[in-house]
Every structure is written in C-alpha cells, then in structure tokens.
Design a protein around this ligand. Structure first.
Ligand code: NCD
Length: 304
C-alpha cells in the first residue's frame, strides 16, 4: 500500500516515473481519448479546508479514468460538526473507497490518517506542512515548459513560512539539482528544516527580502499567496499583504525564457497584465493537475 504524504518519501526516479506516466495521460485529461483504467474503483476526497483546483482536478482525474468519487468539501454537513474525530472519519471512509485524498488544516494530519486507513492516503495539503501532489504537477510543468528538470534557478517569492506548496517543491527541486532562491517578507522566511535541507544538498541560493535582488538570475519565478488563514494575528498579515507584486516591469528585468508559476489562488501577487505575457504559466500549471493526479491515482489505486 503506497501512501502519498511527503516528497521525502519519493526518490528522483519515482518522481520521474509519475511525470512520464502523466505525459501519457494528457490526451485523456483533455478529453481527446477515453480510459476505463479505474472503472469500478472509488476515490474519497475529504476536504476539511477550502480548495478549488486540488479537489476538482482529483475528481476530474478519477472520472476521466472511469472511476467514481465520493467525499465532502467543508465539514458543515458531516459528522465532524458532531465531534467525530479524524481517526474515526478515516476508519470509516477508508471502508467506502479505494483511496482517500485528505486536506486538513492541521500539519501532520495526513500522516496520522495513515494509521487508521485501510487504503492509501494522499495528502492534499496538511496545514502549513506539505502538498506533495502540487509538487508533482509543478515539476511536470517545469519539465514541459523548460524542457529540463535540473540546473535551473528557481526563485520562490512570498509566504515561505506558511506556504506548504513551497515546502514540498523546494525539497523536490533540490533533489533534482536545482538552485533555490528564497524571497520572503521578514518573519515569513522558509522554515529552518527546509533551508537546512537545501543547504546540505548544496542547493540553497540567495535568501533575501526583495525579488529585485534575484530576478536577473531567475529561470522560474514561483510566486505564492500570503497565507492569511494561518496568521495568528491579522495585524501581522496586513503588514505584509501586497508587499510583492509580479508585474510587467519586474518581468522585463528577468532573463529571456524566464517563466512565472503560482499554485493559485492568487490574491494580488500577479497583476492581470501578466496573464497575456508568454512568461505566464500558472493556468497551464493548474490544468497539469489533472494528468499528474491521473498518473498518481493509477499508480496508487491501480497498483501498477
Ligand atoms: C495552495 C494550497 O492550498 O496550499 N493551493 C493549491 O492547492 N493549489 C496554495 C494556496 O492556498 O495559496
């Protein structure tokens, strides 16, 4: 039984296998071919936190492979409001489905769920912890858009403290031999476990507070949202909200061929004028969630 909890659990070879398989899934993801690979199988998507892309792309992935989906988006209509524990919810749901996709506000929730689940658990985001399936689709996007997955300079910009997507992605990119620059407001720096990992791998680039400092040496600008919901004090949020803005002026100072990614949702981090520029890859990145999650589901549920 293969759980998908953290990028630490995946070797470079295993990640490449997911990406290769995702490439084979693209035509099915686009609706240009059909598949019944997972016919008769059921996926549970249980989301204790808001989501648009992650949940819908998992559901689409399962539907496109001929499987079925159960689950909930928000706990209002579930027994969680009656006080049911995560352990009991997982015990029960894992009896109804062949895999469980879990998003939860608490860091470590997905790992905990594996103790109670009789089927594979896929971490769709655990608080400020990790978001490994987002990382796979980010890597897929980087590979398809730049043609490679090593020797790149990636500048992560924004809330590196609470942003789970960058925690997972930084670790994975370092494994592949890419240099990571870390740009955050003061107080929202990358957690020390991740920074130490990058340093030990020899893949830590510049850590600073201004995108201007790294832009000329950036192949991929990875912008992120300030994670308002994780701030203990909203006054602190107000101080940093809107501090960074990716706009045509900033991009004009980047090298030829630079691309801009963002896990979305964006709030004000990227101005709408950027959307029509060739650097903008965040919507294709969001689409890539479908073939990549199809690949993962086929491996986790299909057992192949
Ligand atoms: C991210 C998340 O939920 O961590 N969204 C996503 O899954 N694409 C990023 C965010 O919420 O800012």
């Amino acid at each position: 039984m293969r759980h998908v909890i953290s990028v630490h659990d995946f070797s470079v070879e295993e990640i490449v296998e997911v990406l290769d398989r995702a490439e084979d899934m693209v035509r099915i993801a686009q609706g240009q071919a059909t598949s019944d690979l997972l016919r008769g199988r059921v996926l549970a998507c249980i989301f204790f936190e808001p989501s648009t892309r992650t949940r819908l792309s998992f559901e689409t992935a399962m539907n496109r492979l001929g499987g079925g989906v159960i689950g909930f988006a928000g706990t209002e209509a579930t027994s969680v409001v009656k006080g049911e524990t995560l352990a009991d919810t997982i015990r029960m749901v894992s009896g109804y489905a062949d895999a469980v996709v879990l998003r939860h506000p608490r860091e470590g929730a997905a790992k905990l769920a594996t103790e109670f689940s009789s089927v594979p658990v896929i971490n769709a985001g655990d608080g400020a912890g990790q978001h490994p399936t987002q990382t796979m689709l980010d890597l897929f996007t980087i590979r398809t858009e730049t043609g490679r997955l090593e020797g790149l300079n990636i500048s992560m910009v924004g809330d590196l403290r609470y942003g789970r997507t960058v925690h997972s992605l930084a670790i994975a990119l370092a494994k592949f031999g890419n240099t990571i620059n870390l740009v955050s407001p003061e107080g929202l720096e990358m957690p020390s476990e991740v920074t130490s990992y990058l340093r030990n791998m020899g893949m830590l680039g510049v850590a600073c507070h201004s995108p201007e400092e790294v832009i000329s040496n950036t192949d991929i600008l990875y912008a992120t949202r300030i994670q308002k919901e994780r701030f203990p004090d909203l006054v602190e949020y107000e101080k940093v909200a809107g501090l960074y803005r990716v706009d045509p002026d900033l991009l004009s100072r980047g090298p030829e061929g630079m691309i801009v990614m963002h896990p979305l949702p964006r709030v004000n981090e990227i101005t709408p004028e950027v959307d029509a520029m060739p650097q903008a890859k965040y919507f294709v990145q969001a689409f890539n969630g479908v073939p990549v999650r199809m690949a993962l589901l086929s491996m986790v549920i299909g057992g192949k």
